[in-house]
Design a protein. Structure first.
Length: 154
């Protein structure tokens, strides 16, 4: 069951912040314990993915798998998967720099990955670094899981 919570976080300036539902201004130092093993047994080296995992865990949204191979016969792996709910999350860092997700080839690959996930019956949510850092992404996913949970009851 998804529950609403208030989170008290200590940011980098040692100020306490209380925000309902939204995890924001989280120091990346706080995510040190969240280098989770992925489906392949590899430890993630993405600070944005680790921050998102920290935010999910802080809200009690722990039913996810990292680096999930949702497309049969393809090497694509999605950053986060809520398998029972058929919900995938892609964290696209480097969208405002010369990263892999900002080149023509990278954008085309991201579109293909999203389309394939949708074709296989998944809800796919791509987020950029700004959405992760602001807490917008975790709030969208919390709401999507809540909607999914309520629709399962009916």
């Amino acid at each position: 069951m998804v529950r609403s919570r208030q989170i008290i976080l200590l940011d980098g300036n040692a100020d306490w912040t209380v925000r309902p539902f939204v995890v924001c201004r989280v120091s990346l130092v706080q995510t040190a314990g969240h280098l989770a093993k992925t489906e392949r047994g590899k430890v993630s080296d993405s600070k944005l993915e680790d921050l998102f995992a920290f935010q999910l865990d802080a809200l009690g949204l722990t039913g996810y798998v990292r680096e999930y191979p949702a497309i049969p016969g393809r090497k694509f792996r999605y950053d986060f998967a809520f398998v029972k709910e058929r919900l995938l999350v892609e964290v696209n860092g480097g969208t405002y720099t010369k990263g892999a997700h900002s080149t023509g080839q990278g954008i085309a690959r991201d579109y293909e990955k999203i389309r394939l996930g949708q074709d296989c019956g998944w809800k796919v949510y791509p987020f950029d670094g700004k959405a992760i850092k602001s807490g917008e992404a975790v709030e969208v996913i919390r709401q999507a899981l809540e909607i999914n949970e309520n629709s399962d009851i009916r």
